[in-house]
Design a protein around this ligand. Structure first.
Ligand code: NI
Length: 228
C-alpha cells in the first residue's frame, strides 16, 4: 500500500529545514556510505551525515510533526521510526532499482530496526527540478511519485523502487524507515481502510452502536496482529 501524507511540514518548516541543509556544506557526503552491497552500485547521490548537528536538529522537527500526524499514525502504525536522513540529487544523479535493506541499526541507541515501511518526504518544490521521480513497483504495476515540498509518501519497504535521473535542478528529500506494529502490509492496509471508514462514519453521525462495534473490531484486530 502506497499512501501519500500531505503537508507533514508546512512551508515555513520546509524553508527552515532547507536552509539548515544548504548551509551544512561539510556534512554532505557520498550517498554510498550507507548503501548495502545491492544499493551501492546503483546509488549516485549525496546525503547528510546522520550524526551531524544539522541532521539531529532537522530529525527532531520532522519526528515531532510525525508524532501528531493522524494520517501517518493510521497508515504506518509506527513502532520505531528511524531518524530521518537527508539526500540530494543534482543533475545527472540517480538511484537505480533496489530494495532497501531489511534491518538497520538505530544510529542513536544501537537498536535493530526491521524496515517494514519506507518513507520519502519531499523538500524541494515540485517544479524546481525535472526527473527525480520516485518509482515504486508493486503487484499492481509501477507508481511514479513526485510530490510538493512538505508532502510525504510511505510504501512497503519490500518494494523494488528507484529515483529517476535528475535532468534539471536539484532534488532534496528526507528518507527513512519505520518498523510498524503491523509487520504485514496487507493487514496494515486493512486496518488503515477500516480506520478511515470509521472516521468518516463518525463525521456523518452514523448509528452509534454500529460505530462502537466497528471501533472495537479495529482495536481487537490491532491487538491480535500487533507486535511490540
Ligand atoms: Ni531505497
Amino acid at each position: 500500500m502506497l499512501v501519500v501524507i500531505p503537508q507533514v511540514l508546512n512551508a515555513e518548516q520546509v524553508g527552515a529545514v532547507r536552509e539548515r541543509l544548504e548551509h551544512a556544506c561539510e556534512a554532505w557526503v557520498d550517498g554510498r556510505v550507507t548503501a548495502g552491497y545491492s544499493g551501492a552500485p546503483v546509488k549516485f547521490n549525496q546525503q547528510i551525515d546522520e550524526r551531524s548537528d544539522v541532521a539531529l536538529e532537522c530529525q527532531r522537527l520532522i519526528l515531532g510533526m510525525l508524532e501528531r500526524n493522524p494520517r501517518f499514525i493510521s497508515a504506518a502504525l509506527p513502532n520505531i521510526v528511524y531518524p530521518p536522513m537527508f539526500n540530494r540529487y543534482s543533475e545527472g544523479m540517480t538511484f537505480g532499482a533496489h530494495v532497501d535493506g531489511s534491518v538497520r541499526i538505530h544510529p542513536h541507541d544501537g537498536r535493530k530496526l526491521r524496515t517494514d515501511i519506507s518513507a520519502t518526504l519531499f523538500l524541494s518544490p515540485r517544479d524546481s527540478y525535472d526527473g527525480g521521480e520516485l518509482q515504486v513497483q508493486d503487484t499492481y504495476g509501477t507508481h511514479s511519485v513526485k510530490l510538493d515540498a512538505g508532502d510525504m509518501v510511505v510504501y512497503p519497504a519490500t518494494s523494488l523502487h528507484q529515483v529517476t535521473p535528475i535532468t534539471r535542478g536539484t532534488r532534496v528529500a528526507s528518507f527513512f524507515w519505520i518498523q510498524s506494529l503491523i509487520r504485514d502490509d496487507t493487514q496494515r492496509s486493512l486496518l488503515f481502510d477500516m480506520d478511515n471508514a470509521i472516521q468518516r462514519l463518525n463525521q456523518t453521525g452514523a448509528d452509534e452502536e454500529a460505530r462502537r462495534t466497528l471501533v472495537g473490531c479495529y482495536h481487537n484486530l490491532l491487538r491480535q496482529w500487533s507486535e511490540t
